[in-house]
Design a protein around this ligand. Structure first.
Ligand code: BTN
Length: 263
């Protein structure tokens, strides 16, 4: 099983970049975790940036060197990371997290985290993988364009405290970070042994917010609606169309929208 070892920077360009520099110079061990208080050039998916104010969020990345699994299945590691974030946030805050397929972790139906998985492979053999995770922890204000889609652990705790008329719990980035990687190592171990997601399916599907709901699949070949089931062992979302046929939706090809609001 991966044994995480931790390094912390007050400020860095990007924790994913630092992992990759250490892989390149040979100083990255299996399970090395780089975390930072703030990133000056945080990176998101599809070449987007990832910004957060200093001290408000988790920025953490892990290096590992896969054994015995193909590069083609590595994208599924992002689903494992979303499960690890959900589990860690629940353990450290007592809040319940849901997952919007494929890897959005939600509190109060809003997104709290972003995950960027990078790898280098030769043919179908992965040489290294870096999983980078950003979690909104203490952020209280979001830009108006994402306010109805994003939230933080503190905001969700405040809402809960208001409802229950109690004082909000205080959570700590370091504790959550260590719990994320502990959970991730356990999920990854099951994934590596099985070669697919069969060992974590029940856990993932139990958190899936889309399940049993009508979703709109934005397929480039033509959008359609259907009833969402869970995921299969390849991480594909099973969507039943009106004619009874079941589509296996791949996250690389399409995106799925709930019909009402963000989820
Ligand atoms: C997304 O676009 O949703 C993915 C965002 C991933 C951000 C994290 S923060 C820690 C790690 N370092 C980076 O530069 N990016 C990832």
């Amino acid at each position: 099983m991966i044994q995480p070892t931790y390094l912390y920077y007050e400020e860095i360009d990007s924790t994913n970049n630092e992992c990759k520099r250490r892989i390149a110079d040979g100083t990255a061990s299996d399970g090395l975790v780089i975390s930072a208080g703030t990133q000056t050039a945080g990176r998101g998916r599809s070449g987007h940036g990832w910004t957060s104010r200093p001290g408000t969020s988790i920025a953490t990345s892990m290096v590992f060197f896969p054994k015995g699994i193909g590069a083609d299945v590595i994208p599924r590691v992002t689903l494992l990371a979303s499960m690890a974030v959900a589990e860690a946030v629940e353990q450290c805050s007592g809040l319940s997290c849901a997952i919007k397929w494929p890897n959005d972790v939600l509190l109060d139906s809003r997104k709290i985290c972003g995950i960027l998985t990078e790898m280098e492979a030769e043919r179908n053999t992965p040489k290294w993988v870096v999983v980078g995770i950003g979690v909104n922890v203490h952020e209280k204000n979001f830009a108006s364009d994402i306010r109805d889609k994003a939230t933080s652990i503190d905001l969700a705790l405040s809402r809960q405290a208001e409802r229950e008329k109690t004082a909000p719990l205080r959570v700590h980035c370091q504790e959550i970070t260590e719990q994320i990687w502990k959970s991730f190592a356990a999920f990854y171990d099951r994934f590596e042994k099985a070669g697919d997601l069969s060992g974590v399916l029940d856990n993932y599907n139990a958190r899936l917010i889309n399940i049993g709901k009508t979703v709109r699949v934005l397929d480039p070949l033509g959008a359609y609606e259907g009833l969402s089931g869970g995921i299969d062992r390849e991480g594909r979302l099973l969507v039943e169309r009106e004619d009874g046929s079941v589509q296996k939706v791949d996250s690389g090809e399409v995106s799925v929208r709930g019909l009402y609001g963000y989820v």
